[in-house]
Design a protein around this ligand. Sequence first.
Ligand code: HEM
Length: 361
Amino acid sequence: MKEPGYDAYIGWSKKYGPMYTFWLGETPVICLTDYNLINETFVKDGDAYVGRIKAPMFMKLIRSPYGVVWTEGSLWKEQRRFALQVLRNFGLGKNIMQERILVEVSSLIEQINNDINAGVLVHDILTPIGIGVGSLINNLVFGYRFEGKKLQEYHELKPLLGQFVRGFGSPWTLLIQKWYQYAKYIPFCRYYYYLMKDATDTLHEFYMRQINAHIEKFDPHDESEPTDYVEAFLKEKAKREAEGDTNNYFIIPQLLGMCYDFWLAGQETTTNTLAWGVLYLMIEPEVQARLQKEFDMVIGSDRLITVEDKHNLHYASAVVNLSIVPEKPPSLYRKAGASVSPHPYVCHIEKRYCNFRDIIS
Ligand code: HEM
């Protein structure tokens, strides 16, 4: 049997067809690798696959079931719709979403240029990317970037996220999930329990501090557009209360759940994807040269790239599409009697649709 990885997933898909099962310990995972099948299953029959396989210890530590990642039913529907609407509004009109991304991009470029001018030869790319992504998420959720004195806050929180993800991904954590109440008293097992508990307790404190600061300065009569998620949520909560609508999930534990979701789902994923993108380009100088040629032709060198340029940057889009797709099936498994997971990587190299590998080579 092949080791899990690109070749194994492609090989299994060829051998067993567009739907096959592998076992993750005692859990069967059904893997879908065909675009049409993924679309039929997760888009057209989406309601049947909203729920996810939940890990009891993890749920307890993040004070769930709130947020959107680990919920389903009416809570998930209402809150996901609201979250998408808020994020969409941030991208409309003045487009504060893009503005804030470009601030982080400029800051990253400035820092690398400063390092080059100071004669630095070995560049740490992961830290500034992490600060940029962290600032962006924090700005969207709580309304400020990690700069000046606030940078220290990032350096305190970032290792906790890493600690949490390390704990979440460890086979030992999988083993103790169901009986964590006992495992936390057993040497060695307790290490993994407290690895995640210490991280979530500190993150919880940080989120609650931010939420309380927003509640203190919240003015229900202020009619200006909200500029961060917590403000938008409090506004909607106040509006519904004023209308006498009490049958909803605009409650503080739900807001706390969303803070966990944005931070945990957004930070490590985006930072690592961008850092891997840089690494791929470092070992592919020809791809770098073709990208540069396209940027020179379409953008020039006197402005930053914006999202409107995407339709004219075909080569760059193919490179981004290929480097952004997880090699393994996503581990936030959907449940439907068993764990079900789409496998976008195999789709992205499928010749019938569009082989991004061929485009960039
Ligand atoms: C390159 C970066 C990212 C990758 C690779 C990634 C990957 C994923 C994957 C695979 C899922 C599960 C999808 C599914 O089960 O259908 C997911 C869900 C989610 N992601 Fe991301 N993500 C990224 C960035 C972000 C960012 C920046 C945020 C927010 C700030 C975010 C927030 C979420 C949320 C809230 C969900 C759950 C949605 C729901 O269940 O309704 N992600 N992400």
